[in-house]
Design a binder for this molecule. Structure first.
Ligand SMILES: NC(=O)c1ccc[n+]([C@@H]2O[C@H](COP(=O)([O-])OP(=O)(O)OC[C@H]3O[C@@H](n4cnc5c(N)ncnc54)[C@H](O)[C@@H]3O)[C@@H](O)[C@H]2O)c1
Length: 392
């Protein structure tokens, strides 16, 4: 169909299903084919959206059928799949992160430099969220920002049940989750980090000797973290065999084997003499990101959950609320897909945005290195010449 970009999705888990549904609603985009290591899951997801979506068994036939590939597999597999798609000349919308190591990010940056006309986007979906677009309007009015403080709070216990609890799949949970806030800071301030230092802790979910390995087998009554696979809204797609560690979904959050912590605390020096602090906790009572931007003329406080932006200055305090439509990320996935589909049709990509996305990606890797080694890490962020980290 003319004017419609034909998409394929690799990875039809939670995120792949979200993309499949967002493509149904997106103008100028059509889902034609899906693939997953678990072909039964791919068939279930295809059936949930449209009878016309073809299920194929591997990446090669998927690339044959689509103009643009969406990568929605676990984080450690993104680079290899993206490189294969780029080599086949396909446009790529890659979920974050682009890579979990600096070598992976550099391999991708080189492949992109070698193919300047192939559209590529990293799925930094918050840029399409109405709350962040309202915040960008406030901060882009030439304010000089000296400090940024971010509190990232999640009800993220599910991460301790799934593959996310093992850093070999994610590179670490700050890289996996914090990349969003780091990308927002790079976008809003037009800066990138030079140095990071951090530490991490676990204080709530300590091992419980009397708990079973799976909630379904556990005799402890009234556990606040009990997960019932029968009532899980995603039960339809996770009923197929467990091909990966963590797909059980009801692993005990106290006893599951994991090497990621609950709470993370980081300090960054950004170019332009901006000091940034970022904390992430996975066991908060609410899900939100709260930002304070200290500017030379006002202080801007912004809260994602309530969509409120408050400006405090010598003239008093003014609060506005961004209009955010119902639905996950305020419809940002659909807007991102429509934007990407139009880029594919125009045969272009935006390397200045990509450079910011990849800088956030490498900063997340640096943050993980600093927390692991207990040392400050210096970041070199240049997409053209390659990214480098040095442990001080
Ligand atoms: N941008 C966002 O806001 C956002 C939100 C959620 C998740 N994500 C990202 O989406 C990705 C997927 O997360 P999820 O929660 O859907 O995971 P998931 O485990 O629910 O789904 C991943 C699927 O990929 C399949 N798979 C694994 N390796 C594969 C391979 N090599 N080839 C084909 N299929 C493969 C698995 O069988 C599984 O069905 C992650 O990278 C995550 O970071 C992004």
């Amino acid at each position: 169909m003319k004017g419609v970009t034909r998409f394929g999705i690799v990875g039809t888990g939670k995120r792949g299903l979200t993309y499949a549904r967002a493509l149904e609603a997106a103008a100028g985009a059509q889902l034609v084919s899906v693939s997953d290591l678990d072909s039964e899951r791919a068939s279930i997801v295809a059936g949930l959206v449209s009878a016309d979506v073809e299920v194929v068994g591997s990446l090669e036939p998927l690339l044959d059928r689509c103009e643009a590939l969406i990568i929605a597999t676990p984080d450690d597999s993104h680079t290899e799949i993206a490189l294969a798609a780029l080599a086949a000349g396909r446009a790529v919308l890659c979920d974050k992160p682009a890579g979990i190591t600096v070598d992976q990010v550099n391999a991708l940056a080189s492949a992109l430099t070698a193919r300047p006309s192939v559209p590529f986007d990293l799925a930094m979906v918050l840029r399409y969220h109405p709350f962040y677009q309202a915040l960008a309007e406030v901060l882009h009015t030439r304010r000089t920002v000296t400090q940024v403080h971010v509190m990232d709070m999640m009800r993220g216990e599910f991460y301790f049940r799934r593959w996310h609890r093992l850093s070999k799949y994610t590179g670490g949970i700050v890289l996996h989750e914090g990349i969003h806030a780091l990308d927002i800071i790079g976008w809003l301030l037009g800066t990138h980090p030079l140095r990071v230092t951090g530490s991490s802790f676990s204080s709530v979910l300590k091992p419980k000797p009397n708990a079973a390995q799976h909630c379904g087998d556990c005799a402890i009554a009234g556990c606040a973290h009990r997960f019932d696979v029968q009532t899980d809204p995603l039960a339809a797609i996770y009923r197929t065999p467990r091909l990966q560690e963590g797909e059980a979904r009801d692993l005990c959050v106290f006893n599951s084997t994991r090497d990621v912590e609950e709470t993370h605390s980081l300090l960054f020096d950004y170019t332009g003499d901006v000091a940034v602090s970022y904390s992430l906790t996975l066991v908060a009572p609410i899900r939100t990101r709260r930002y304070t931007f200290v500017c030379d003329d006002v202080v801007v406080d912004a809260d994602e959950a309530t969509s409120t932006i408050t400006l405090s200055g010598p003239d008093g305090t003014h609060t506005r609320r961004a209009e955010v439509p119902a639905g996950e990320f305020g419809g940002a996935d659909r807007r991102q897909l429509e934007h990407f589909a139009s880029m594919v049709r125009a045969g272009r990509r935006d390397d200045s945005v990509l450079a910011q996305n990849l800088a956030a990606n490498v900063t997340g890797i640096a943050a993980e290195r600093s927390m692991r080694d207990g040392r400050p890490v210096t970041v070199d962020s240049d997409m053209a010449t390659g990214y480098r980290l040095s442990v001080e």
